[in-house]
Design a protein around this ligand. Structure first.
Ligand code: DAH
Length: 357
């Protein structure tokens, strides 16, 4: 019969000597594993007399518990030591200067937005702003979207939870609510553009959930479509810095304008890059039209006295066209290689006099 005391001293010495978790596990398997020394002793109980089994059984079980306890205590100590070593080796000196990687740059969409603002500012437009979180009245109702009309669904709106009052705020689906805010608070003549972020539940090669628009609004006496066409064509020639831009107006429907149109720019998309002023493709860049009399009325302006035109353009798309970026999704993937290729210097403030880009 193996002397239990000798076995105990032997196994406990091995536990104490284990220098890492792997060695400790080997000791555990050799002692209390399926074919381990202590497990082997338990198997001998069957051949003993009942008396002997009682005393030996209790003694072997006590030994097994003692060894198991010693192993788990040693395991905890080894794990703590391992963690301490790791913490010591992985310290980070936060006072060290950051490694040089690349200079920050202006994102092409922001550059494009600044360029659009610079061209319209030169044409006598003021910049107006509105909130990103809008209410139903400014985003839809005042813009002549009938209640429960499918046109509201067209916009794939991000809604907030309904308030106790029953009102439901939303992320503006276009910059057109800024028209409403401007007409409600200013008397004509009005000549504004409203650059900003807009939101829709949409995501593919030509749509992102957050995108950017610039809204335009002109209200005065005797305004007609001719003014609209001249303004947009003049803008595009200056923005693209060439007279070679070819555009087409397509009849369209917007609830807030009558008549309404969409404007496309001719381009070439054949070489994995977009080139303007050539090719056989058309890229839709803006919606426009004559402000609907219902919108003027909703904003307290008499349609018999004043008329106006409005337009809304996609900034990201204009940027893609001007700077030849083929996929809209790359613009927001935060890839530093893309940003260093397409980004602009923060000191290159766009100015039509010195050239825009
Ligand atoms: N709000 C429209 C959109 O997001 C764009 C637009 C079309 C704005 C016609 C206008 C307009 O001001 O007159 O699709």
């Amino acid at each position: 019969m193996t002397d239990l005391n000798t076995l105990e001293a032997d196994v406990l010495a091995q536990v104490a000597a284990a220098s890492d978790l792997q060695a400790l596990d080997a000791v555990r398997v050799a002692a209390v594993g399926k074919t381990g020394s202590i497990s082997g002793l338990l198997k001998t109980l069957g051949a003993m007399s009942p008396e002997e089994r009682k005393t030996q059984g209790a003694a072997i079980n006590a030994l097994r518990d003692k060894v198991a306890e010693a192993i788990s205590a040693k395991k905890a100590a080894l794990e703590a030591a391992e963690l301490d070593a790791r913490l010591a080796s992985e310290t980070l000196d936060l006072s060290l200067p950051a490694p040089y990687r690349r200079k920050g740059s202006v994102h092409p969409t922001m550059q494009t937005m600044d360029e659009i603002v610079a061209v319209f500012a030169e044409m006598g437009f003021a910049v107006a702003e509105g909130p990103d979180i809008e209410d139903d009245f400014h985003n839809f109702t005042a813009l002549n979207f009938p209640e429960k009309h499918p046109a509201r669904e067209m916009h794939d709106t991000f809604f907030f939870n309904t308030k106790e009052s029953g009102e439901r705020m939303l992320l503006r689906t276009h910059t057109s609510p800024v028209q409403v805010r401007t007409m409600v608070s200013q008397q004509p003549p009005i000549r504004i553009i409203a650059p900003g972020r807009t939101y829709r539940v949409d995501n593919d090669a030509t749509h992102t959930p957050v995108f950017h628009q610039v809204e335009g609004l002109v209200i005065d006496r005797g305004i007609h479509m001719g003014h609209l066409k001249w303004t947009l064509e003049t803008f595009l020639a200056r923005f693209f810095e060439t007279d070679a831009v070819t555009t087409q107006f397509r009849p369209h429907h917007f609830p807030f304008t009558e008549p309404s149109a969409e404007m496309d720019v001719q381009c070439d998309r054949s070489g994995g890059e977009i080139k303007i002023g050539q090719g056989t493709s058309w890229l839709e860049i803006l919606g426009c039209g004559m402000v609907h009399p219902n919108v003027l009325r909703a904003c307290g302006i008499d349609p018999d006295e004043y008329q106006g035109f409005a337009f809304g353009m996609g900034v990201d798309r204009l940027g893609m066209l001007k700077y030849g970026m083929p996929d809209l999704r790359d613009m927001w993937s935060s890839d530093v290689r893309w940003l260093s290729h397409y980004g602009f210097s923060a000191f290159a403030a766009p100015n039509p006099a010195s050239g825009l880009s």
